[in-house]
Design a protein around this ligand. Sequence first.
Ligand code: CDP
Length: 213
Amino acid sequence: MQIAIDGPAASGKGTLAKTLAMKFGFDYLDTGTLYRAVARDALAQSVDLQDPEGQAEALCQIAHNLVLPLENTDGLRAAEVAQAASKVASLAAVRDALIAKQRSFAATPPSGHGAVLDGRDIGTVILPEADIKFYIDADIAVRARRRHLELSVHDDSLTLAEVLADLTERDARDKNRATAPLIPADDAIFIDTSEKNAEEVLQLVASLVEERQ
Ligand code: CDP
């Protein structure tokens, strides 16, 4: 079974995807980590991300070299890596380099039972034939509070206003890019998590998945 989960940053899609996969014994791929890894490695190699188009070849090479499962996950959650990830993710060549890796994971998940992929274009581009698709969203203020709480464990200098600005900028870039923009697939089930906790979202989604099995 292939489950596609898309949505903006801090909408709750990652927590949902991870717990859903555990509940059903499926494998989980957080596709954001691929773009984050390309961005992290590009920053480490001093690739100039002010002009991602001009650096397409170097970025594409980094993307091609990624092997799943990612061995090195250090630094992926840093705020500057998230911003850089959304810049590299706007390049068609980088996205193309990652398509086959994501599809291959979904087609042959290690458990052999099923795969849950979360990201921005899973239902629209990566797995248009997924068995079930969800689009997870929440109010921007709620998402900023969630992400601020998560990031402040590692960096207590980060303010709520900075996190809100980061999410707003990244959402705009992700929704307005020419290649694989963040939009709900026509057949996605829309869930607003603004007033739901993680357990409530999981129960709701799990019951819908059970109906499709
Ligand atoms: O965890 P969060 O939702 O903040 O971000 P993420 O899922 O780790 O993704 C980081 C960035 O990678 C996003 O802002 C997108 O620009 C990009 N991304 C993408 O373009 N397509 C995906 N399937 C996943 C992530």
